[in-house]
Design a binder for this molecule. Structure first.
Ligand code: 39S
Ligand code: MET
Ligand code: ZN
Length: 765
């Protein structure tokens, strides 16, 4: 019985890759230093899997930034603005595409399906000449082989690659991305030939778009692509991986009918309906890669339950054709539980990170082969039982209060335009008010202060004073820049979700449970293991202090329930909406305490609302309903004069704009500039929108500093579709990842642009 891992985290158990990348980008270390760290990480992962007994070990799942960008490099699909002149793509071009450089902005970055991972969106045009420009897949295969490890090279499948791309700017609308399939397949063929020559016997194509609602034309593209590849695939075993949801009956039919393919991988955690399709008929002689170990979460697998699923599948596909696997790449979970020294022992026994999941996959495969590790299974059953019955998981009062919310409605009493009038009387803001999204740069000094306080190396008093100084500095800077609605800069927060998790009951934390979000940036999602409640106010102290240092309005800054839910590792023992309602009640208490403390503008970030949208249309309405309801619960109790802001990032909102309006926030600040202002088209199409809105005027994910003219130009585009009295001026997102040397000139240009347009508006009157 065989075992397989779809993919593995590359950042390293202690974020070694992150530090190596950032040091290289800062010019503090060489390309060779970076390559050495990367090679050591790959070697240790391969060794670990091979020692665990995994049969199908992936290679080419490492990436210096992103696997879709790696595919863009493989295909030589570099947008002309990066000045690439052919040849093997090096760090220069590669990182310019990812991060931009002094003269050229970065490529667009967007959410990878419904995860908190972000990929770099390929930009394609009919004229593009593809060429084999990065041999990384082959090099990694050979590198593992040289270490004595036979691997399965993983490629982003050709059809998913195109479906995840976008037409380059200026390309005519009728251009179909799928029409490029014939142009990219020759490169894939070269890669396959080279892999075969190097000795590869298996190859894995990740085609996760197969879990979406695809039309007949899109499905046809898979059939076409794989029959085109058939001769190149001969002599290789081929597995097509799908993940993140179940596949439709049509997609299942297409997939299992593909030529040249030996096996199919399915996510059997999120895609339980796929089980019925498999039971309804699985092609004989083909391999089933059964993804029973959850790659999206940190819970230990219920081995007994997985084993019975696998036994049933064995009856269908045959003993020698069933492969035990993970539900998706382990990229989306934390790396190694071994490094968690501070976790409560009982809670720790409920968990498995990537390294432990590898062991689970292997234990299941061995059990199927009749070599069950009884001790391992017994310990696992014990942990499952302890989690089911532990009193620390349940809080009946919370359960009751949350249950009462379901089915009821929660809304502010007056409509948004009359609220905005009441707020303006109080706030007296200029036209095109300027603001920022919340965080200011997290300097090394600041991180040191937080770290030393956590480690009890400095006293509470020293810590509080240091944070107060930082807030004063940030307030002063904003006043000097002449920003209208201020923020305190979030210096006391490590992360906008983790910070709240740390103060709510029902959450546990890790020390090293990092998960890659984009590039070198990682998050440490808290673990929601029990019913959620708020023992005491969380932000009132800092927000009140910040407000006391300025006459300008200071935004209270909270993370909303949907975002806390979507960016945590959530319970899998109750529906997501139940957990979300519990968090909503906790945030509601916080909103009301802030209002009582005299904070008149409160921002409740719902950065992750869009990414939680189910991948299948049929499930969207249900999600949007409870998600938007949860948001409204948090602020339905405030006065008309309290202005509620929300913020969202990376959002393709056009399809859910009515739900966004239904959140009934007074002001929304929204990412806009790193996605070619796609957001604005929804207003161009005439959607009625009356609340305040601040589409981001510049991309904060890039070190590049936008000019006043460029920002003014962006604001002008907004004014063409939105009334000037509802428009706000702000960056795309928080500034915590930037340096002050970037933030000061960028914000200064932003305020100058707003002032320029204010005067133009005034003289036009
Ligand atoms: N949860 C979440 N998801 C999100 C976002 C977000 O802000 N939060 N933003 C969007 C974009 N994604 C982002 C993801 C991460 C970061 C980010 O800045 N991450 C930081 C980590 C932030 C953090 O929590 N750092 C801690 C830990 C500090 C630290 O690094 N300490 C050292 C200690 C070393 C020592 O003891 O000497 C370490 O652990 O390495 C802190 O600042 O307090 C990073 O990777 O650099 C930004 C955006 C989408 N998804
Ligand atoms: C990822 S959304 C970020 C919102 C948060 N208030 C910040 O400014 O960092
Ligand atoms: Zn954001």
């Amino acid at each position: 019985m065989a075992s397989h891992i779809v993919g593995y985290p590359r950042v390293g158990p202690k974020r070694e890759l992150k530090f190596a990348l950032e040091s290289f980008w800062d010019g503090k270390s060489s390309a060779e230093d970076l390559q050495k760290v990367a090679a050591d990480l790959r070697a240790s992962i391969w060794k670990q899997m091979s020692e665990a007994g995994i049969k199908y070990i992936p290679s080419n799942t490492f990436s210096y930034y992103d696997q879709v960008l790696d595919t863009t490099a493989m295909l030589g699909a570099v947008p002309p603005r990066y000045g690439w002149n052919g040849g093997e793509i090096g760090f220069d071009v590669y990182f310019s595409m990812a991060r931009g450089n002094a003269s050229v902005p970065a490529m667009e970055m967007t959410k990878w399906f419904d995860t908190n991972y972000h990929y770099i969106v390929p930009e394609l045009s009919p004229e593009i000449k593809f060429s084999y420009a990065s041999h990384k897949a082959v090099e990694e295969y050979k590198e593992a082989k040289a270490l004595g490890v036979e691997t399965v090279p993983v490629l982003v499948g050709p059809v998913s690659y195109l479906l995840l791309s976008k037409p380059a700017k200026g390309v005519e609308k009728s251009f179909s991305l799928l029409s490029l399939i014939g142009s990219i397949l020759p490169v894939y063929k070269e890669v396959l030939a080279e892999l075969k020559a190097a000795g590869a016997t298996w190859v894995q194509f990740d085609e996760p778009t197969l879990v979406k609602d695809l039309d007949a034309h899109q499905l046809q593209a898979f059939t076409h692509a794989y029959s085109e590849l058939e001769s190149s695939l001969s002599g290789l075993n081929v597995v097509i991986e799908t993940y993140f949801a179940d596949v439709t009956a049509e997609a299942f039919k297409t997939l299992t009918g593909l030529k040249g393919v030996t096996g199919y991988g399915f996510d059997l955690v999120r895609g339980t309906k796929t089980l019925d399709l498999i039971k309804g008929g699985f092609p004989s002689g083909k391999y089933l890669f059964a993804g029973v170990v959850d790659g999206r979460n940190i819970w230990a697998n219920d081995l007994a339950s997985s084993l019975s699923t696998l036994e049933a599948l064995e009856g269908i596909v045959g003993k020698d054709k069933l492969v035990v696997s993970t539900s998706c790449s382990l990229l989306h979970t934390a790396v190694d539980l071994v490094n968690e020294t501070k976790l409560d022992k009982e809670i720790k026994s409920w968990l498995a990170f990537a390294a432990q999941k590898v062991v689970e996959v292997n234990a299941l495969a061995k059990a199927l082969a009749g070599q069950k590790d009884e001790a391992f299974f017994t310990a696992n059953a014990g942990a499952q039982a302890s989690r089911r019955s532990s009193p620390r998981v349940t809080n009946e009062a919370v359960q009751k209060a949350a249950a009462a919310l379901k089915g009821s409605d929660h809304r502010r009493a007056t409509n948004v335009s009359s609220r905005l009038d009441a707020q303006q009387k109080k706030l007296n803001l200029p036209a095109l008010p300027t603001t920022t999204i919340g965080s200011f740069p997290q300097t090394l000094e600041l991180r040191r202060v937080r770290r030393e306080y956590k480690a009890k190396k400095i006293s509470e008093e020293e810590y509080v004073n240091a944070i107060k100084e930082e807030i004063k500095k940030v307030v002063k800077l904003q006043e000097e820049l002449d920003i209208d609605v201020l923020v305190h800069g979030e210096p006391e927060r490590n992360d906008m979700v983790e910070y709240f998790g740390e103060q709510l009951s029902g959450f546990a934390f890790t020390v090293n449970g990092w998960v890659q979000s984009y590039g070198s940036r990682c998050v440490k999602p808290p673990i929601i293991y029990g019913d959620v409640s708020r023992p005491k106010p969380m932000t009132v102290f800092w927000s009140s202090f910040a407000q006391s240092t300025t006459k300008r309005p200071m935004k209270g800054m909270l993370t909303g329930p949907v975002t806390i839910l979507n960016w945590s590792f959530v319970r899998n023992d109750q529906p997501r909406f139940e957990t979300c309602y519990q968090i909503a009640l906790a945030i509601k208490d916080e909103v009301e305490d802030l209002e009582k403390a005299g904070i008149t503008v409160i921002q409740i970030d719902e950065a992750a609302l869009r990414e939680g949208l189910p991948l299948r249309k049929s499930e969207e309405a249900f999600y949007l309903n409870w998600a938007v309801h949860s948001f409204r619960i948090t602020n339905c109790g405030v006065q008309d004069t309290t202005q509620i802001h929300t913020h969202m990032c990376y959002s393709n909102f056009n399809d859910i704009i009515h739900s966004i309006i239904d959140m009934d926030a007074d002001v929304i600040t929204i990412e806009n500039s790193r996605s070619d202002e796609k957001l604005l088209s929804v207003f161009r199409e005439g959607v009625k929108y009356g609340a305040g809105i601040g589409p981001g005027v510049y991309d904060i994910h890039s070190p590049r500093i936008p000019s006043r003219e460029e920002i003014a130009d962006r604001i002008n585009k907004m004014l063409a579709v939105l009334e000037s009295n509802i428009l706000w001026v702000n960056p795309d997102c928080g500034l915590k990842t930037r340096k002050y040397s970037e933030v000061k000139p960028a914000l200064s240009n932003m305020v100058a642009a707003a002032k320029l347009l204010r005067s133009q508006l005034a003289s036009a009157k």
